[in-house]
Design a protein around this ligand. Structure first.
Ligand SMILES: [Fe+2]
Ligand SMILES: [Fe+2]
Length: 441
């Protein structure tokens, strides 16, 4: 049943673009616009369809390293941080087994002085000649060169989009942006073929009008009949959980632990195999709204101020806001986003009560507290069985969480805790490995 289609690629891309805007929200819809322009440029250069597609995905993801940035604004200090941003982004993309060379594309998507692999493209007279020559090359060489070229495309799309964020009319701005890009191109900022494609494309008014007034235009380049199975969505959610958790050593294993405990509890409650996979996805994504919370608040060692706590409390709302963009995920969205709702109506942010909180969300609430108090954090050890159960039973007595689920956990403590520990350990290992690789201090 895991082969069952749950949603579409287009829908996931839409949700993901929203995530990217949370990660680096300096410029409204920035990643959507870069994705759009990168695709149009690749098409204009007559790159094959898969390379156009990778330009779009790369455009959406190019700033993903920003999740590891200390503060969001430093992202835009490109001179100082472009190389680090690209490295961090590539190290995140490398964690997930993707067929596509996304990590390499991200690596090349920032002006960090990466040289073109092997001989210079400039020995060829045109992009066409370059492409024809590459058609005969072994797969791995082709991939490397394409990744590099796509990186060049994203660099230009990124620069154009950043320059384009003003208030005047789209066409008025277009002239200024083009003039500035010509200046940069004269200092060899951009690859000449990409710049040529841009010159041809930039005379088309609708490109600029789309950029300003139609931020979701990029979605039209993704066919709407490309479905994602439950299994694929589960893999995708694992990738998202890495992005959520790896922002901070304080949360490095949290989503993995919640997800694993929620699946065990769901199985014990008699949920079907498909529902257990849905639970896994919901667990991986439950804190995705935390991407909106500044890292310094996530990592604050002492007590939070009221204002800081108010910011943290927004996160389940943003989990809901991101996931509701994804068609077919309605059930999963509720299970994930309602994890801070309480049966007695004292939870947040929707103040739901009793029967309005579905079984999946009740399980998630228990799994979330259970994982949070039992996982080790840099400043404290996790609680042992006795203390953890005392906390959970206390919450159940207050009418906040389901006593039935808490008792089910108590009866099967070893089993649930083992699943949580194993998932947390695996996530911890991945976290340490990525720290070694990302090398961004
Ligand atoms: Fe949460
Ligand atoms: Fe959580």
């Amino acid at each position: 049943m895991k082969e069952k289609n749950i949603t579409t690629m287009r829908s996931v891309a839409s949700g993901f673009s929203y995530v990217m805007d949370l990660v680096s929200d300096e410029v409204q819809d920035h990643h959507k616009k870069v994705a759009y322009l990168a695709y149009r440029l690749a098409e204009e250069m007559k790159l094959p369809p898969h390379a156009c597609r990778l330009s779009l995905i790369g455009g959406l993801m190019h700033d993903i390293g920003g999740v590891l940035a200390e503060d969001k604004t430093s992202l835009w200090d490109l001179e100082a941080n472009a190389g680090r941003l690209a490295k961090a982004g590539a190290s995140i993309a490398r964690l997930i087994p993707l067929d596509a060379p996304i990590a390499e594309i991200i690596q090349y998507s920032q002006p960090s002085g990466e040289k073109e692999p092997a001989e210079s493209a400039e020995v060829f007279a045109s992009a066409k000649e370059w492409l024809d020559r590459h058609a005969k090359m072994p797969e791995f060489i082709r991939k490397a060169r394409f990744s590099w070229m796509i990186g060049q495309i994203i660099q230009l799309a990124d620069a154009a989009t950043l320059l384009f964020e003003g208030e005047s009319s789209a066409l008025g701005q277009a002239k200024k942006v083009t003039a500035r890009l010509e200046e940069l191109a004269s200092c060899r900022h951009f690859h000449p073929w990409v710049m040529d494609a841009f010159r041809r494309l930039s005379v088309e008014e609708s490109v600029w009008l789309d950029l300003l007034y139609e931020p979701d235009a990029f979605l039209e380049f993704i066919p709407d009949n490309e479905y994602l199975t439950l299994e694929k969505m589960s893999m995708f959610s694992e990738f998202a959980s890495v992005i959520i958790d790896f922002r901070s050593p304080f949360t490095a294993m949290h989503s993995a632990g919640v997800s694993a405990s929620a699946v065990e509890l769901a199985r014990l409650m008699g949920m079907s195999e498909d529902e257990c996979v849905m639970m896994k996805i919901a667990g991986n994504l439950h804190d995705i709204g935390k991407l909106k919370v500044p890292k310094e608040i996530l990592e604050k060692p002492g007590k939070l101020t009221d204002e800081e706590y108010d910011i943290i409390k927004e996160h389940p709302y943003f989990t809901w806001k991101i996931l509701k963009h994804i068609e077919g995920m309605e059930q999963i969205t509720e299970w994930a986003a309602f994890h801070h709702e309480k049966l007695n109506g004292q939870g947040y942010p929707f103040r739901l009560k009793g029967e309005h909180i579905h079984l999946g969300a009740r399980i998630m609430a228990v799994a979330d507290i259970f994982s949070a108090i039992t996982e080790d954090r840099p400043y404290r050890k996790g609680m042992d069985r006795e203390r953890a159960l005392a906390v959970l039973r206390g919450d159940a007595e207050k009418g906040a969480i389901s006593s039935g689920i808490v008792e089910l956990l108590a009866e099967n403590y070893e089993q649930v805790n083992k699943a949580r520990e194993q998932a947390s350990k695996a996530a911890g290992r991945r976290y340490r490995e990525s720290l070694e690789k990302k090398n961004i201090g």
